[in-house]
Design a protein around this ligand. Structure first.
Ligand code: SF4
Length: 249
């Protein structure tokens, strides 16, 4: 998620199940597929099923994604619990709530001036669809992504978080962990979001559960092993890593 390297780590299997059965690479990019899938297999073996995103509903995923900037998942979870306790966790309720009331509940998530405004505006946009998430998402995916990106405070990472985890859209989600790991492995030489995303999407089967799980595994890897000071000696990917071989980032 944008704005920090804190991600929800405790898994919740209620929304998502485990991927990796019956996957086959796209026939036109088989050579490169091997590296990306090889890494996936190794990470899955090392970290096990991740089952993101921890949330009880699709709307909760959206609220979490919108609140994640520059804070920790723990604070976001508390803010969501506040909204829930106050009976505000729905598009209609948030769209109709006053900013001071939203601020009271969301203060812990930081950016207390902008986040309540953004959340309210987003919910007002959902109200153009009667507050119906199916209606919002039941459009061409490019249109939905553009719509998300047009919302204040929503960048590509937040938009793809929402698409991937709240609307069942297989779109590869890139974050700072993804970039760090992929650069060190020698897969990419860019930090540009759309280029990194395109690299993965060109090399992986377009599979929702794979994309969800891969993102979560990269976060786990980035937090535990491929840290700013990487623990290469215990890394399951060190047999193919450019950084490990050359010592150069
Ligand atoms: S070998 Fe080191 S640099 Fe390469 S992916 Fe593993 S931890 Fe990161």
């Amino acid at each position: 998620m944008r704005g920090g390297l804190e991600k929800p780590s405790p898994p919740n299997a209620r929304l998502f199940s485990s991927p990796r059965q019956g996957l086959s690479p796209p026939p036109d990019s088989r050579g490169s597929v091997d590296a990306a899938l090889h890494a996936y297999e190794k990470l899955a073996e090392r970290f096990g099923p991740q089952h993101w995103w921890p949330a009880e509903s699709r709307f909760e995923v959206i609220v979490g994604a919108l609140l994640m900037q520059q804070t920790t998942w723990r604070n976001v979870a508390t803010a969501i619990a506040n909204l829930k306790r106050a009976g505000l966790l729905s598009p209609t309720r948030i769209a109709n709530a006053s900013i001071p009331e939203l601020r009271r509940h969301l203060r812990i998530a930081g950016l207390y001036r902008s986040k309540p405004q953004r959340l309210k505006r987003f919910c007002q946009r959902l109200m153009d669809f009667g507050g119906d998430l199916d209606g919002f998402f039941r459009r061409d995916v490019r249109l939905v992504r553009e719509d998300l990106l047009a919302q204040e405070g929503v960048g590509p990472e937040t938009a793809d978080s929402i698409l991937l985890y709240a609307s069942d859209t297989p779109t590869f989600l890139v974050d700072a962990y993804t970039v760090r790991i992929a650069r060190r492995l020698g897969w990419i030489a860019t930090d540009t979001y759309e280029e990194v995303k395109a690299w993965f999407e060109a090399r992986l089967p377009r599979d929702l559960r794979l994309y969800r799980e891969y993102h979560a595994l990269l976060v786990a890897h980035g937090k535990e092993i491929c840290r700013p000071r990487p623990r290469c000696a215990v890394c399951p990917l060190n047999d193919t890593c450019a950084y490990y071989r050359t010592g150069r980032p």
